[in-house]
Design a protein around this ligand. Structure first.
Ligand code: 5AD
Length: 423
């Protein structure tokens, strides 16, 4: 099993864009060593589960996944199983106690060691959970980007915020800013390989700082990479939205007028308890600044319902916030207590049915608002970067990240058009 034997690998990814990007790195590194991707778990010799710890449900998915894999391994003893990412970092070797069929365990900073550990994992599990390892250790060229047009590029690892509900600082550690030259070099390489769109990633990407460069400066550095068409970034924190960032969104050619700006709640009491660093008035002032400077800006957000002590009145304040802002998309989550967070000290006192009700009410309300916003665009024109071509048609995204379906634009019609240079 060891030595130079080539493996077919399958990676299962849970969670955010950073996790997707981490999996792209693992896939690329495995491929660089001659291993090959398998189309599905049933034909793989190595299955790697990249985990998410942000909500309890997300963490549970690991154990569900592992119990299914246990059966698979019983049928095929040569199968090896790896676990990595945020749950691995959080739970550590407890995973090996709960699931003895796991052969390899890496954290959030040691994913680049997967190929090496796979060689070592014979007979007993190979483990590296070192959080001080170099998070940027993967060579750019080794990253196996899933999309043919859009590539994720890491700008910051980790997070320095102390939001009461959030486990991420514990899993991914404090912020580490990647040098701007390395980011620009990676983008140049991607454009040469044909990518048209880049999404800069960080848990709070707009907190970026490297020596005297801030995030707006970084955008300006990447914007001038020749051949790049679209530049996006996620996730932004309201506290780090500056007039300079608004101007970058307006003035830089490649930067798309789109911002994901999680608000989490519309109630000042809840926001203070969450330690978000802004209140409702300040969030709305930030939105006003952005809308004032950036024409046709698209805004999306995250909201948590049923945070400890959230009253119906406080929930109503979140509901009215949707109206006041006019989001183009919304992700609503039920509060879930997480280990090592400060909110854990507060009673999780909103019953689950009530959390579900609030989630439904918010989603319904957002649907209505969103429909009206979308209907107002009927008859308009938008540039679409096609990213998916299927027999029945194609689809892609506008600069505002709206999905556009192009029914009937089948492969032949589009390939003929796409093979022309894009203007
Ligand atoms: N419970 C519920 N939702 C959470 N999020 C983060 N932590 C929790 C938690 N403990 C949500 C936030 C964040 C998104 C990625 O996940 O809304 O913005």
């Amino acid at each position: 099993m060891i030595g130079k034997a080539k493996t077919r690998f399958f990676i299962r990814t849970f969670g955010c864009q950073m996790n997707v990007n981490d999996s792209e790195k693992v896939a690329g590194l495995l491929r660089a060593e001659g291993h090959e991707p398998a189309a599905d778990p049933a034909t793989a010799d190595f299955i790697f589960v990249n985990t998410c710890a942000v909500r309890e449900k997300a963490a549970d998915k690991l154990y569900h996944s592992l119990s299914r894999l246990k059966k698979l391994k019983a049928e095929r003893p040569g199968l090896r199983i790896g676990v990595g990412g945020c749950v691995a970092q959080l739970e550590g070797e407890r995973i090996l106690e709960k699931a003895r069929h796991v052969d390899l365990l890496v954290g959030t900073h040691t994913l680049h060691r997967v190929p090496e550990l796979l060689r070592e994992a014979a007979g007993r599990p190979a483990v590296d959970l070192d959080r001080k390892a170099n998070a940027f250790a993967v060579p750019d060229a080794a990253i196996d980007h899933l999309s043919p047009v859009r590539a994720y590029v890491t700008a910051i690892e980790g997070c320095n915020h102390v939001c009461s509900f959030c486990v991420v600082p514990r899993t991914r550690g404090p912020e580490v800013n990647r040098p701007p030259d390395a980011i620009v070099r990676e983008v140049e390489g991607l454009v040469k390989r044909g990518y048209r769109e880049v999404m800069l990633l960080g848990q709070t990407v707009n907190a970026y700082r490297f020596e005297d460069l801030d995030f707006a400066d970084l955008l300006a550095r990447v914007d001038v990479v020749r051949g790049l068409r679209r530049l996006r970034f996620t996730t932004s924190h309201p506290e780090h939205v500056t007039p300079r960032l608004a101007d970058a969104l307006r003035d830089l050619d490649t930067v798309c007028p789109y911002l994901h700006l999680p608000v989490q709640s519309g109630s000042d009491r809840v926001l203070a308890s969450m330690r978000r660093g802004y209140d409702r008035r300040r969030y709305l002032a930030t939105i006003a600044l952005l809308r004032d400077r950036v024409p046709d800006l698209s805004l999306t957000s995250d909201i948590i319902v049923g945070y400890p002590g959230e009253t119906d009145e406080e929930f109503q304040e979140t509901l009215t916030l949707l109206q006041d802002v006019g989001f183009d998309g919304l992700f609503v989550f039920k509060y879930s207590p997480r280990p090592g967070t400060t909110a854990l000290r507060l009673a999780d006192d909103v019953p689950d049915e009530e959390k579900s009700r609030r989630l439904r009410v918010l989603n319904d309300h957002q649907q209505r608002l969103q429909r009206a916003r979308n209907e107002a665009r009927v008859g308009g024109r938008d540039k679409v970067l096609v990213d998916t071509i299927e027999p029945g048609g194609a689809s892609g995204r506008t600069p505002q990240l709206r999905i556009v379906h192009l029914p009937g634009a089948g492969p032949n019609a589009l390939v003929a058009r796409l093979s022309q240079p894009i203007h």
